[in-house]
Design a protein around this ligand. Structure first.
Ligand code: PGA
Ligand code: ZN
Length: 421
């Protein structure tokens, strides 16, 4: 028993908006979490309320109920949060009031038990920690970079952040040479100034990867088809032409039959990942698994209001043998909670932008620290054996990553960089 003694919240700047940081204090520990925000928010996502209102709700509505409760009992705390809200879409108290509290409870519990956060999450999830492969955003488009002319939201490299950084630098130099100087986008990917097609951008990215020494690059796309106009025929052509291992939201969310056909056609060798399709909604996810409309779930903060609900979603998709991508949001903070989440739930992939932005780098630095903890066995209670470096999997469906995100260029990744949590 580790009773909660105080719950505090404050507003924190986030781009040109504000977000919420919640801090849970117990008799022996503290845990604080700051939540991110989306740009291409799914229409059916859980509802946010005004941030100042969320802070007030935490102090006046949630605090009085949680103080005195056992911080180690995540399930009953999350149940209390859901009961307090009482709506399916979390529109009464708001996901931005509920979620930072739920996540801060997990961080405080880990501190009280002298554990790493990922260990605490793994215990709650009843799974073994695992180091995910990383998906690094190289080019941004769609709603994240409307000026770029690219209609696909994210063009990413599957592999280590350090290798991806070299490739992004090479691509940057190439674009300048071509008279298309780029800027750095919000997620750390390049934003084109000239008008290139999706196809031309992918070709340049592939060329940059090969020239930088990655002989068999693997690419990932977040098409975010519900947020733009991108014909199915174009996506299909790109998938046929380029080594795209993971395709997120290739089709509009209404188009379930097409999703099913895509998963039948491409799903044995590629991941068809549902984000806007399922928006963290348990009923939609259950249906999606039953109907086989995808084979991979994108897990994003703010799509669920509590950690326990999120863990239940993981159980739902594992029944269907789906893979999991834990993903950053369009607007991020320095908080690396999603890295511990990815390791703790045993996700196959972590997508967190590129090293060009500090709040994205924080996620990869945390992953490097966790790798060291696991390899050295320095974490309290860790049961995970050190894992050997490997090549990235050639087929994401049949060869799940084995826990090392290095690519064939064998660089030490960011494992030596300092770590902050
Ligand atoms: P977001 O999108 O802007 O809603 O966070 C990120 C994503 O779809 O991967
Ligand atoms: Zn997405």
């Amino acid at each position: 028993m580790e009773p909660i003694t105080a719950l505090k919240a404050e507003l924190v700047p986030l781009g040109n908006q504000q977000t919420i940081r919640a801090m849970v204090t117990t008799e022996h520990a503290q845990g604080a979490v700051t939540i991110p925000a989306g740009i291409s928010v799914g229409a059916a996502e859980a509802k946010l309320i005004d941030p100042a209102q969320a802070v007030q709700t935490i102090h006046e509505v949630i605090g009085p109920v949680l103080v005195g409760k056992d911080c180690l009992d995540q399930r009953s705390i999350d149940q209390a949060l859901m009961d307090l809200d009482g709506t399916a879409d979390r529109s009464h108290l708001g996901v931005n009031a509920l979620l930072p509290v739920s996540l801060a409870v997990a961080r405080a519990a880990a501190a009280a038990l002298s554990r790493e956060l990922y260990e605490q999450i793994a215990e709650l999830a009843n799974t073994e920690p695992r180091l995910p492969e990383t998906i690094v955003v190289a080019l941004e488009g769609g709603k994240h970079a409307p000026s770029s002319g690219l209609t696909i939201q994210e063009f990413s490299l599957v592999g280590s952040p350090a290798t991806a950084a070299q490739i992004i630098d090479a691509l940057d130099a190439q674009l300048r040479q071509m008279g298309h100087p780029s800027t750095t986008g919000g997620e750390g990917g390049l934003v084109l100034s000239g008008q290139l097609t999706n196809q031309a951008a992918l070709q340049l990215l592939l060329d940059a990867a090969i020239k930088s020494g990655t002989s068999q690059p693997q690419l990932a796309l977040d098409v975010a088809a519900s947020h733009g106009v991108i014909p199915e025929a174009e996506v299909r052509q790109l998938v046929g032409q380029f080594p795209i291992a993971i395709i997120e939201d290739p089709l509009e969310q209404e188009n379930l039959e097409q999703w099913q056909a895509w998963t039948k056609e491409f799903g044995t060798s590629r991941l068809i990942a549902a984000d806007d399709l399922t928006v963290g909604n348990p009923r939609m996810i259950k249906d999606a698994v039953q109907q086989g409309v995808a084979n991979c779930l994108v897990v994003k903060l703010n799509q669920t209001a509590t950690l326990s609900e999120l863990l239940d979603l993981v159980d739902l998709v594992r029944v269907g043998n789906w893979k999991i991508v834990v993903s950053h949001r369009g607007l991020e903070t320095d908080d690396a909670f999603i890295t511990d989440l990815a390791v703790g739930i045993g996700a196959e992939y972590l997508k967190a932008g590129s090293l060009r932005r500090p709040e994205r780098k924080a996620k990869y630095d945390r992953l490097a620290a966790i790798r060291i903890h696991l390899q050295q066995g320095t974490t309290t209670g860790s049961t995970v054996a050190p894992q050997a470096p490997s090549q990235p999997p050639s087929n994401p469906m049949t060869s799940p990553p084995d826990g090392d995100s290095r690519t064939s260029s064998e660089e030490p990744s960011v494992a030596d960089s300092p770590v902050g949590q």
